[in-house]
Design a protein. Sequence first.
Length: 90
Amino acid sequence: MSMIARKIWVSGRVQGVSFRYYTQCEAERLGVSGYARNLPDGRVEVLAEGPAAAVRQLTAWLRSGPDSAQVTGLEESDITPAGAKGFETG
């Protein structure tokens, strides 16, 4: 099983709408580790690490997010997996 890691920056109405909580739920459902955190500029930064297919699925889900959010942009950068365990919000 090929493991990958990706940082994803999500823009739009993604703060104050439980975006990080729902991202954590989706990541845990898919078996993806990492984090979701608010940035001062209004975006949410997501680190996703796990099986390649699961990280791709989470990335696809982030393009729309939960019903409460309005995603207007997504930036991605593949990084070296560092062995993240669990998924945190902060």
